[in-house]
Ligand binder design. Structure first.
Ligand SMILES: [Zn+2]
Length: 76
């Protein structure tokens, strides 16, 4: 568990209702929607704040069309 983000209160509203959930999330990039499966993040039901861990952000970016476009440019 070392290095894992431990959040007990929401950084935005201070609510202690914030909790860790795992969901498929849908993001949009330039009118294209893409789904990132089984994303774990902290979700605050009070204010709607979502807090992602760093590795989760990387996972989301990896699924993004923007990421793959950048990758293709690097390889070319
Ligand atoms: Zn909140």
């Amino acid at each position: 568990m070392n290095g894992k983000l431990q959040i007990k209160t929401c950084p935005t509203c201070g609510s202690n209702q914030i909790r860790f959930v795992v969901r498929d999330i849908v993001r949009m990039y330039k009118g294209l929607t893409y789904t990132v499966p089984k994303v774990g993040f902290y979700d605050c039901p009070n204010c709607g704040e979502k807090v992602y861990e760093r590795e989760t952000m990387l996972k989301i970016e990896f699924h993004s069309p923007a990421y793959h476009k950048a990758e293709a440019l690097v390889e070319a």
